[in-house]
Design a protein around this ligand. Structure first.
Ligand code: GLY
Length: 583
């Protein structure tokens, strides 16, 4: 497919100009240049992606990308690099990268093996459905802040499971950069810990956390060296003994002692029984492309799949990128898919999910048939029973063999529960808030969820994380992508996929492009500041959409576009200052 044709025109008053850089784009030896974003949009379009011939790592932090890249250059594969990047993010991006949280990994190996690894946190065995309700039945903040907010962490088990199955380098080598950066420190740049100051009041409530992030009561200074000796010791033990050190050794003792000090629930039994699970990825066909993505307990793959299936009935390309018709159809797809998400989805080990029906084209077509191009639908018509934290992180990797890995990981809020485990130096997640504390009552980020995602002992809380790989019609991996952003993750990656497949946006432009979001309830079409042209906003309002120009940014996408000749084009999102590195 010649993606450049898709960039010809858009509806409304704005015309895009496409200039060819070398050959045709979208799968050929280079990409088209896109010359116009909406007026006032924060990023220019002139910048190029990073280009590399052999291997690439794109993450939210240059030191983490460098750690992954060093594994590729040492002869390791994409999974080795993913493990090294993941552990390094726990050190250099502790507000989201983690060993105290969980995540999902989607990979397509060079031999076409496709896998999805679930290392989502689990509710402790002593958890109960109403544990976050007070005597009057009101939801308390204990699911968000402090010891009771933490699920049993899965990240270390997940990294070990990925390495055991696919890794090629010695395990301890993969942790070496993380240990060095924790032990010897790294120089605080503006992006590192920029979030500490804003959360100082919360972090100071926990002495073990304040000791790490607010020594002397103040955030570390830009330009100073930030060391985490306790975390370095924990990582060294994991390097020496494997995940057992975290789930049964002295780190487990420290975790349980921390729980005892703060009234948390995680016990030795919870830790010892934690397991990461290999699951069948969601694989769907979208306009001749295969989209490989994460199944439940993430809602990401199913919900994005439903949106893609719904919009497939419409010729998005001929509507033009960011035209009123394009945004209208996409939003109507989002509205319908999120209504199903919030009702049907939960941990597949606990609830029956009608996967076949939800992902069937016939069902999508029936939903598409209810879309009126002239008028926004009413969300109440699709009522079944969301927004989540944006404090997650994603990285994408491709190696010289063509193995591709997409990983999204989280401790939920910035700094998770805000509790650092004394002696082990790591932050615990507050993932329990991703469960339904009370059906119909929004969680901290506005998600209104149902019984399928109710709390139960040992159950995994529903996620929105959507690590995704797009395979082209010729069977070649074309795009590796993912993002943080809570409930907006799904719609952001839906836009990454359609930007690639329908509109042929070059990867740099796709990552820089403005994003919009709808999640059924609240019935709002949210978009980034200056992210939609005023004429399109007016037209969407005329059709009955309620629009909100959100504050701040949406997502932190890390994408790699693989060209037909094998060239890797990487784009890290400028929104948080990430970095693509390759060789
Ligand atoms: N905590 C965000 C997510 O898992 O979707």
């Amino acid at each position: 497919m010649n993606h450049t044709k898709r960039w010809k025109r858009r509806a409304g008053t704005f015309a895009f100009v496409v200039v060819m850089a070398g050959c045709s784009g979208g799968g050929t030896a280079s990409e088209p240049l896109v010359q116009e974003f909406p007026p006032g949009w924060r990023y220019p379009q002139a910048d190029s992606p990073l280009s590399a011939a052999h291997g690439m790592v794109v993450s939210t932090d240059s030191l983490a990308s460098a750690a992954g890249l060093s594994m590729l250059q040492a002869g390791g594969n994409a999974v080795d690099a993913a493990v090294a990047t993941g552990f390094t993010l726990a050190v250099v991006n502790p507000e989201a990268g983690n060993i105290g949280g969980g995540g999902f990994l989607v990979a397509r190996m060079a031999d076409d093996t496709r896998v999805a690894l679930d290392y989502r946190e689990k509710a402790p065995l002593a958890a109960t459905a109403d544990m976050y309700l007070d005597a009057d039945g009101r939801v308390t903040d204990a699911g968000v802040l402090g010891h009771l907010a933490s699920g049993v962490p899965g990240s270390v088990a997940g990294m070990e499971a990925a390495w055991s199955r696919f890794g090629t380098l010695p395990w301890a080598d993969l942790l070496e950069p993380a240990i060095r950066l924790a032990r010897d420190g790294f120089v605080i740049a503006p992006r590192h810990l920029s979030s500490v100051g804003a959360r100082a009041e919360l972090l100071l409530r926990f002495p073990s956390t304040a000791a790490v992030f607010l020594p002397g009561g103040e955030p570390p200074q830009i330009g100073s060296v930030f060391r985490q000796p306790d975390l370095a010791r924990a990582l060294q033990s994991i390097a020496d003994e494997g995940a057992a050190a975290f789930y049964a050794g002295w780190i487990a003792d420290s975790t349980v002692a921390e729980m005892d000090r703060g009234g948390g629930l995680i016990t030795h039994e919870d830790l010892a029984s934690y397991d990461a699970v290999w699951r069948d990825p969601v694989v769907l066909d979208y306009r001749g492309h295969e989209v490989i993505t994460m199944p439940p307990p993430s809602s990401g793959g199913v919900t994005m799949g439903q949106i893609l299936n719904i919009v497939e009935s419409f010729d998005l390309a001929s509507m033009g990128w960011l035209s009123a018709d394009h945004v209208h159809v996409a939003v109507e797809g989002m509205r319908r898919a999120y209504a199903d998400r919030n009702y049907f989805l939960g941990d597949p080990d606990f609830v029956e999910i009608p996967m076949g029906r939800l992902l069937s084209q016939a069902y999508a077509d029936s939903l598409a048939g209810t879309i009126d191009m002239r008028l926004a639908s009413d969300s109440r018509a699709f009522n079944r029973v969301p927004e989540e934290s944006t404090q997650t992180t994603h990285y994408s990797i491709v190696d010289r063999e063509g193995n591709a890995v997409a990983v999204t990981t989280t401790i939920n809020s910035w700094f998770g529960s805000k509790v650092v485990v004394r002696g082990a130096g790591y932050l615990l997640n507050n993932e329990m808030d991703d469960f339904t504390s009370k059906p119909g009552v929004p969680n901290q980020f506005g998600l209104v969820q149902g019984e399928a995602n109710a709390i139960a002992p040992g159950k995994r809380m529903l996620s929105a994380m959507t690590p995704t790989i797009v395979v082209g019609p010729e069977g070649r991996t074309e795009l590796v992508t993912g993002t943080p952003g809570g409930a907006t993750i799904i719609t952001t990656i839906f836009q990454a996929v359609t930007n690639h497949v329908d509109f042929g946006l070059p990867v740099r432009a796709s990552v820089d492009a403005p994003r919009f979001h709808h999640q059924h309830l609240p019935d709002l079409l949210r978009y980034e500041p200056s992210g939609l042209p005023p004429a399109i906003v007016q037209e969407l309002q005329r059709r009955g959409h309620v629009l909100e120009e959100r504050t701040g940014i949406s997502g932190d996408v890390q994408s790699i576009h693989v060209l037909e000749d094998g060239t890797l084009l990487g784009a890290a999102d400028r929104r948080r200052g990430g970095q693509a590195l390759g060789y």
